[in-house]
Design a protein around this ligand. Sequence first.
Ligand code: KG4
Ligand code: ZN
Length: 340
Amino acid sequence: MLILGIDTSCDDTTASVVEDGVNIISNIVSSQTEIHEKYGGIVPELASRRHIEMIWPVVDEAMKGAGVGLQDLSAIAVCNGPGLIGSLLVGCSFAKAICYSKNIPLVAVNHLEGHIFSSFLEEPRPEFPFLSLIVSGGHTSLHRIDGFGRYRELGKTRDDAAGEAYDKVSKLLGLEYPGGPIIDKLAQNGDHDAIDFPRAYLPESFDFSFSGLKTAVKIAVSSQQSAVKDSELRTLNSELINDIAASFQAAVVDVLVRKTEWAIKKERVRRVTLSGGVAANSELRKRMREMGEERYVEVFIPSMALCTDNAAMIAAAGYHHFITGNIAGMDLNPKAYLPL
Ligand code: KG4
Ligand code: ZN
């Protein structure tokens, strides 16, 4: 059974053909990083315009790459939220138009549900129940997953998403967008104990908060900037920048790993999956695996291409909607805010 997945929820135009919800036949991602990097973040209007230009070529490439035609598809799965409304509209309208004209069933997939199902696209696959930590530029959440459609939110960020914090700290340090990979790299040459940044553990809940940490980095940077000119910050203090990057990263990773560890204990589950762009972070991957070994918990982390936004995860989740008869109508509308 072949499903075409489509995701245009943020700044990547993506399409993928997946067989039986688990085997990736093709997986195409057209990134918009070049368009947005000069603004230090995603510009929603530019994102939707680029999606309009790219949606057909990306879908065409996914279909040709898989060597299939529209008549071979059992369904088209499209992400209808949460995300940027103008971006979501492009994918949803495109999927609806094809489904209507070719009489193909349409299924709607929540973007977070897609991230959860990215773990099923590679071996070994998790068994239910498991905890799912989603850490991306737009989301940071912890869910308990008991089966398809059986999701319980344990906590989510109260302010910035983890990736958003990385991107904002990168900007504060005069570095580029997206900040996650850059800070990850610089942190490897820094001292993670150099600055004792705050860790918001919020002990009574599984929610997260990263805005205080971002402010603490801002204060640390400002105190240095008063000593040197902004433009010289990087060249004069590359050692300091590495230390700030390492100390910031240690604070983010400590919170993510500790809170996941507490949730594992409370929920009495033996498996945890990690997904979203920040799951590409080298320190988070390492520390989460170490925690798994210490606690005898299986940790599932998809390969980098499946951590960041992709349509294979939408097709994987869409497969379950399709086989359980959860077909969307032509009145499907995208939603910027769409709880799981
Ligand atoms: O999942 P994703 O591709 O898009 C969203 O749905 O947001 O995640 C993008 C986010 C960005 O904030 C980026 O800075 C972050 O993931 N990211 C990383 C790393 N690679 C990407 N954060 C930390 N370390 C990385 N290596
Ligand atoms: Zn995402």
